[in-house]
Design a protein around this ligand. Sequence first.
Ligand SMILES: [Fe+2]
Ligand SMILES: [Fe+2]
Length: 349
Amino acid sequence: MDKMDNLIFEIFPWNRNFECGIAHIDNQHQNLVKILNKLAINLANLSIDLVLNEIFDELINYTGYHFSTEEKIPIIFITALTEVADETRGFEVGGVDYITKPVSKPIVQARVKTHLALHKQNQILEETVEKRTAELKHALDKMESYSLDSIIRLCRASEYRDEDTGAHIYRMSHYSAAIARQMSLGETVTKWILYAAPMHDIGKIGIPDRILLKPGKLNDEEWQIMKQHSIFGGKILENSKAGYLKLGQIIALTHHEKWDGSGYPNGLKGKKIPMVGQIVAVADVFDALTSKRPYKEPFSIEKSLDIIKEGSGNHFNPEVVQAFIAIKQEILNIKEKFQDKNENSLTLS
Ligand SMILES: [Fe+2]
Ligand SMILES: [Fe+2]
């Protein structure tokens, strides 16, 4: 406190003591706003804990709010201005205290000490809150990633019945996310689609092997049973409170609906089909076309793209097809990256 003694009562145009971290500003002979602006520019490089701001007649025009709040440095006004309006203005512009003249040295010292202590406490509190918030976020992120990992593994388990490695769900999920990004649906929706799309065929778990694994064409009765996988998927995932599962339920139920209304299970038409269902439909069909299935060999990329284009306006939403074609190279990169043989690189992150 000794170093403050000189500061508080010496009247200079302005004076800063960097050692004890207190700035004393006196605008008796200078334009206060100019000084503060100048000081604010340099403030980031200075080690100031508190400002004693001596003012005389310019408080009404004083715009030092940014100085004392954004930089989070407490500012105490010392002034002969005793009107309530002046004092109010002092607090409005960010002052933490307002001391009127004549000043008492012990009182100023006590207030400075109090505000330094308060400021220090606030800093510690802010740092603690920041640290705890970061820890909480980290814990939540971890929990989310574990939940998603569990979901993906359950989806892989159901895919294993008719897929060798389950790579299909990784490819079609990344295709879906890439389309969503191309359609500017936003980063959050894109991420949610990436994690919800793997659930599209989870209902296949309810389809008997003799139908699911049949190498040849399904007869009418078998096909009716096969089509029920979308309803089963919807039922498995319904009534969840988790966002990803809710989205997964919509995708499971609607990924076989068609733009012209000829799809299943509900024959929804056009924009009545949720956008996520429309997107996953294109991604899922393209991957099925370019993959080996019990009933067919893989089609070439060009033939598969032609089939997708031909489906525009009847099977698929034209806007989704347009987005898909526009990112053809990205789609091919995903296809290359998530091959069945690259089992260790199968990931959604
Ligand atoms: Fe399906
Ligand atoms: Fe699929």
